[in-house]
Write a protein that binds this ligand. Structure first.
Ligand code: HEC
Ligand code: HEC
Length: 387
């Protein structure tokens, strides 16, 4: 942000607004105007769902409770497991029993800061995201009425929903609100990087400081991984190659076909396409094929494998990929589209520079966030009618 220092704030915000509208600026000019890296601030809380200790506790129970899922066997925590970086450690996530998912499970740590959730930004808030996860066919496969009926037979939930939301009987829409409140407590803001940005110059090693310079300079990661979240929340096709598990796992292929159908693609595409077309499913624009949202980079020490298809198992593989200028796939070579970002170019990093950059990536994770599965309240028959 060198240039920003010399611009009056009004001009800077005009530039930011212009960028927000997606008006093209030459990429050399953009490089100087990326929002600066910074320590993470307080978590945003929507006015219509204020935090309270009782709500967070209720949300925690629900997050771990498989009775929200269709056959009462899958909870949020099964695919966002505290011991697996609050995600799922296979390249492609497990799915609802009998299927597997089609994408890598993302961590829920710090998701409370994101304005666009999921790999292609399909939800805009945690409250809107939770029903998609709990009710979606390949994830929770739950059903609203069934969730409400189950909760009504768990006296402790009846009591807690009444206390937190004033519900006579637990309302399913308040399930999402409580889960979101819990997720707003899953924050990772005390990493060596955050400490350094807050002024503790000893928080990063010499290697990590060199890595930070590379991140913002020669390696140009800052072009997309910027601001306090280390993401611009925009969409790019990096030319990620097909992952092995994707090709080899018949179950993932079945889910993939199902998703094509559900998302309303053309028959030709349904029959022929071999890779996840990403943002295209939302916009139906060819130029968006193969694009995915830039992910934040905090907590990534715990969340391998990486990328929407789980292609890479460690930071070495990630850095080698960027050092080669990204890759090529059906959306870069014209088979379906040519949407690869022009922002990736071979970087020419030396082995020593790669080590420094990886050391910096490691500084974006602090101590692991651990949590035991809470004791879940049991079912009980409804009390007999008294009248
Ligand atoms: C069967 C596995 C599965 C279950 C169950 C599941 N998720 Fe997910 N979750 C995923 C996968 C896979 C993704 C990425 C999917 C995509 O982008 O298409 C994801 C994405 C998310 C994200 C977005 C994070 C980001 O960086 O944008 C949040 C938040 C989330 N899940 C919360 C939940 C909550 C809350 C529940 C319970 C109601 C839940 N999930 C249940 C697998 C699951
Ligand atoms: C052109 C924008 C862009 C640039 C430049 C960029 N990234 Fe990314 N990064 C992305 C996108 C988009 C993804 C997700 C891609 C996907 O899943 O298809 C990603 C994914 C990642 C991931 C995986 C995170 C996860 O949760 O799975 C890491 C780590 C990463 N990038 C590090 C870097 C580093 C280090 C650099 C610099 C060498 C860099 N990125 C440069 C856009 C970018």
């Amino acid at each position: 942000m060198k240039q920003g220092k010399f611009l009056p704030p009004a001009i800077m915000s005009a530039i930011v607004v212009t960028m927000g509208l997606g008006v093209g600026l030459a990429s050399t000019a953009l490089a100087d105007m990326n929002p600066p890296l910074a320590a993470l601030g307080p978590v945003p809380v929507p006015a219509d769902n204020p935090q309270s200790a009782a709500k967070v506790e209720l949300g925690k129970l629900l997050f771990f409770d498989s009775r929200i899922g269709g056959d009462a066997s899958v909870s949020c925590a099964d695919c966002h497991a505290p011991k697996q970086g609050w995600g799922f450690n296979d390249p492609i996530s497990r799915g609802y029993p009998g299927v597997i998912h089609w994408r890598n499970s993302q961590t829920v740590i710090n998701s409370a800061y994101l304005a666009k959730l999921f790999w292609v930004g399909a939800a805009k808030s945690l409250e809107a995201q939770a029903p998609g996860a709990a009710l979606g066919g390949v994830s929770g496969n739950g059903e609203r009425d069934m969730v409400e009926a189950r909760l009504a037979f768990i006296p402790e939930y009846v009591r807690r929903f009444n206390e937190v939301f004033g519900d006579d009987w637990p309302k399913v829409n308040n399930v999402w609100k409580a889960m979101a409140a819990f997720e707003r407590t899953l924050i990772h803001d005390n990493t060596p990087f955050d400490k350094y940005m807050r002024g503790d110059k000893k928080a990063l090693s010499a290697e990590q400081i060199r890595g930070l310079k590379l991140f913002q300079g020669k390696a140009n990661c800052i072009e997309c991984h910027n601001g306090p979240l280390l993401t611009d929340q925009k969409y790019y096709n990096l030319g990620l190659e097909r992952a092995e598990e994707w090709s080899d796992n018949g179950m993932a292929q079945i889910t993939f076909r199902y998703e094509q159908y559900a998302k309303g693609v053309t028959e030709k595409m349904y029959r022929k396409i071999k890779d996840d077309a990403g943002l295209y499913y939302r916009t139906k624009q060819k130029a968006d094929m193969g694009k995915f949202r830039t992910p934040p980079l905090r907590y990534t020490a715990y969340t391998a494998p990486y990328m929407h298809n789980g292609k890479f198992f460690d930071f070495d593989e990630v850095v080698d990929f960027y050092n080669d200028g990204g890759g090529s796939n059906d959306f870069t070579d014209g088979s379906w589209a040519k949407s690869k970002t022009k922002l990736l170019k071979p970087l020419g990093l030396s082995d020593a520079e790669k080590i420094d950059l990886i050391a910096f990536l490691e500084s974006l994770s602090g101590p692991e966030i651990k949590m035991q599965t809470p004791k879940l309240p049991p079912y009980a028959p409804l009390p007999a009618a008294t009248n």
